[in-house]
Design a protein around this ligand. Sequence first.
Ligand code: F6P
Length: 555
Amino acid sequence: MLFSDNSTPLNQYTISNALVKDKARMQTTTLEKLFAASSDRFTRYSIEAADLFLDYSKNLIDETTLNHLLHLAEQASLPEAIKAMFSGEKINTTEQRAVLHTALRNFDNKPVLVDGKDVMPAICQVREKMQEFTDKIHNETWKGWTGKSIRHIVNIGIGGSYLGIKTVIDALKPYHRNNLQAHFIVNIDPGDIAHVCKALDPERTLFIIASKSFGTLETLENALSAKEWMQQQGMPEAATAQHFVAVSSNIKKAVAFGIAEENIFPLWDWVGGRYSLWSTIGLLIPLLAGFDNFIDLLKGAHAMDKHFQTSAMNANMPVILGLLGVWYHNYFGAESYAVLPYDSGLETFTNHLQQVDMESNGKTVKVNGESVTYHTGAVIWGNTGTNGQHAYHQLLHQGSRFIPIDFIVPLTSHYHFSEQHTHLVANAFAQSQALMSGESPQRIKESLRAQGKDEATIQTLIPHKKTPGNRPSNTITMQQLNPATMGALLALYEHKVFVQGILWQINSFDQWGVELGKLLGNKIFTQLAKHHVNNDEDTSTKGLIDRFLHANNLQ
Ligand code: F6P
């Protein structure tokens, strides 16, 4: 088995030394041997919670290692950190904000306090506003400028104001209302908006401008262009309110943009962008999939929140997933992490997870301002099986890199092609098995002999066909991908990211790195728009700006 020597143990915890020794011990065994040594490994290393099932038996751990990892969680004060988050403490220290996306899906009938004030009444009130609006669209009392009801809803937003919504909209396709179509304008790319507009019937189109800050360049530019396009299609200025609503915590800016105040759905500064699909930012979800299903989504997430808050660390799904990630990233030197859902409804799940994980934990400074001496956030990647099997799985099986994997497998399908679904599930299970067991020279030899190959050919082929195995994976299953299990799955990964942020001692809830790019983007835009290159630009940037101006005949 190939392990990178890029391991960066978390030496600030005294238990870390034991984990370094555990890694050395794990390198002398294999997953197959660990299974052979204990017949109850599957039951011992599995957890059921919030209608999800996690099999983590195919990991390079034994009881000693697991206990050491749990010790790590204790030494990092994880239980206290969980309490602090749920109770509304301002754990996002650089922005002095509470982190309370969990309050948006709280059905406990208990107050949640921020600065001594219960936020639950406002959450319920805004949810009612969402429901009233959803009803108007569904019962067709909300009309466009020519008196026709709405058929197309376009979400204009990016990052957390797009990814989570799109992921849920995709996952809940079987629940969509037949007479409504969802569209997304995301990127500041003329191709993006142009393609979406082609598919719209302007008289029957509603735009949701989703931007927590109402200051995101891409979203504001796209919103302006969408309004212009609607006017070109005949929408009178006075009818803007019938076709444009906004979701934002910056009501002033949304009003200044021209959105009627009653058409603005608020959210709060304690909802992080990448954790905002549970808020009004997710408005498209009840519109497309129905309000009851939106509530079920929230309830599924709430069930996972309760599990995370109340279960013992050793039976806590997000805690175990988080610890295993740290085990591989910091002790085995794994640099990336593949998340492979076996369901077309989860096609965009990993994209959302990239923001949740990489924007949260891509940090090198600890909460106390010191630099980290170890690796933090992993590169998250992957898309749906079995597509990936015909693309990058070769590298997972025989490549030189060590990549832990999560398989996500709904056990029943919404669709009638049951034979196909059985194949799909079989492939998921087979992949985790193949990654664990590999293919030994002995088995290859026997199979080639059975095919009548001569000894010389057999010897030549063995090194190429040999598959090392011993590559760890988790498998998460659910009865069906439905609003509740989708909610639980999303919350599971949010909490896994939180666990890892605590172990790494970083603030998972700010994203200062993104700001620099925005700043420089504006500076360069001015130069491109004014056809002028600043002298203080580096020569590469200067050269590239020149090329743009030349290509567009602007010089
Ligand atoms: O990518 C940076 C970011 O600030 C994300 O955190 C956020 O989800 C996204 O931009 C969009 O922000 P907004 O909802 O304010 O437009």
